[in-house]
Design a protein. Structure first.
Length: 173
């Protein structure tokens, strides 16, 4: 009999593989459509991240990604790899069911993703004050961000990366 953790880990691994496959397809299509073949996919180390606490949709964290000086890269329109702790139960799941447009990052252009630490309607959860974050496919180079407040985490979800912050609100069903 499989444990709940093993089952969730397997689902997360399958979701990550599917996300990478979809992201690669979207990246190739976006590069071909834009005519700009010089931009490379963003790696976690190519970016700086900030996190702010937002109150819309029951409360969530807005993650802002910006390219480091001299970097031009595109961020795939998939959800970021993120977790609040080392347990598979604290890893984010997708809040959206399709791939969004890629965002080309350079200069002052930024991308946004929204992370809701709690997608359940109960009083359960574990509290965390940090978020581990990376670009999907670059999990080995995750960064740890201090949250602006303590989060109660129970089945967290994340939006895809978007060019507009208004599109990065993770609405919980």
């Amino acid at each position: 009999m499989r444990s709940r953790i093993a089952t969730r880990s397997a689902r997360l691994a399958l979701a990550a593989v599917a996300t990478l496959a979809l992201g690669a397809t979207a990246t190739t299509t976006a590069a071909a459509d834009s005519g700009d073949h010089r931009t490379q996919p963003c790696a976690t180390s190519d970016l700086t991240f900030t996190v702010t606490s937002e109150t819309q949709a029951g409360g969530y964290y807005l993650i802002t990604a910006k390219a480091r000086p001299g970097i031009i890269c595109h961020l795939a329109g998939v959800f970021p790899s993120a977790s609040f702790g080392s347990s598979p139960d604290t890893a984010v799941s997708p809040a959206e069911h399709s791939v969004s447009d890629d965002v080309v990052l350079a200069g002052s252009t930024v991308a946004y993703a929204g992370i809701s630490p709690k997608s359940t309607n109960n009083n359960h959860g574990i509290q965390f004050d940090r978020l581990h974050l990376s670009v999907a496919g670059d999990e080995e180079n995750a960064v740890t961000l201090r949250l602006p407040d303590t989060a109660t985490v129970d089945r967290p979800i994340a939006t895809n990366w978007h060019a507009d912050a208004a599109d990065a609100v993770p609405f919980v069903n």
